[in-house]
Design a protein around this ligand. Structure first.
Ligand code: FPP
Length: 249
């Protein structure tokens, strides 16, 4: 049997290794439309979306990008039809269960961010296990935003800080950006340098609102299940042509 080689296994030669983003965030949009254009149920789009995400995670390792964050489920996504929500929860659980051994072997460190307490118990248990098992891994930092909302994340940080002030253990004058960021779900992970959103939508959609203050944004019309290494190469080429000024001239 011949094994199909992975296209673009190594970092493409036209990309500069020293100018790669340290952290890429993705809004994986267009799964439903991908399925619809093929006359398939929406859930098939999510299935193929998982394959695209798995390869992107491996690609980050192969090309030397240390952190990837994916928006899997927003706090607003509960408004989808019940069957789709249930399918997604079951899919997340199954994928985590199936892929954990491989992620361990590939040294991936997983963190789930969002209001995890509100997720189904069995999914929560898999999430907890994946985070504990991979805690000491030093390969790609893979963050999955699930039942995540950027405003809600900021509010929970405010509550934690306000409680410390109320208890007299924190002076309001000591609240600076570093302290604030240490109360976010993403503490310890560098802010995303690059946000990729597929399917042509030009919105942030309540994703990493604080963390993306200076992220470069790349939007492609490609639907998420079709987002492959060639598309990622395109996004990184575009990113490397940007002049990042962080508000300076
Ligand atoms: C958006 O497409 C996609 C989602 C809401 C789900 C994305 C989730 C995955 C790909 C699975 C991730 C799994 C793990 C375990 C990390 P859409 O349904 O909004 O597409 P549409 O805009 O075409 O309707």
């Amino acid at each position: 049997m011949t094994v199909k080689p992975t296209v673009l296994q190594e970092l493409p030669v036209d990309l500069q290794r020293e100018k790669l983003p340290r952290h890429v965030a993705v809004i994986m949009d267009g799964n439903g439309r991908w399925a619809k254009t093929r006359g398939m149920p929406r859930i098939m789009g999510h299935r193929r979306g998982v394959d695209a995400l798995k390869d992107l995670l491996r690609c980050c390792r192969d090309w030397g990008i240390p952190a990837l964050t994916a928006y899997a489920f927003s706090t607003e996504n509960w408004g989808r039809p019940l069957e789709e929500v249930e399918f997604l929860m079951t899919l997340f659980e199954r994928i985590l269960h199936q892929e954990l051994a491989e992620m361990m072997a590939e040294n991936v460190k997983i963190r789930f961010v969002g209001n995890l307490d509100a997720l189904p118990r069995s999914l929560y248990a898999e999430i907890e296990k994946s985070m504990i098992d991979t805690e000491n891994n030093r390969g790609t930092q893979f963050t999955v935003a699930t039942n995540y909302g950027g405003r809600q994340e900021i509010l929970q940080a405010c509550r934690a800080i306000a409680t410390q002030v109320q208890q007299g253990t924190l002076e309001p004058d000591s609240i600076d950006e570093t302290l604030f960021a240490s109360h976010l779900y993403t503490h310890g992970i560098p802010d995303p340098d690059l946000l990729i959103r597929t399917s042509g939508e030009m919105r942030i959609s309540n994703f990493l609102l604080w963390q993306m203050a200076y992220s470069e944004i790349y939007i492609t019309d490609t639907l998420w299940p079709d987002f492959d290494r060639t598309e990622f190469h395109r996004a990184l080429t575009d990113y490397q042509q940007r002049q990042r000024r962080f508000g300076k001239v």
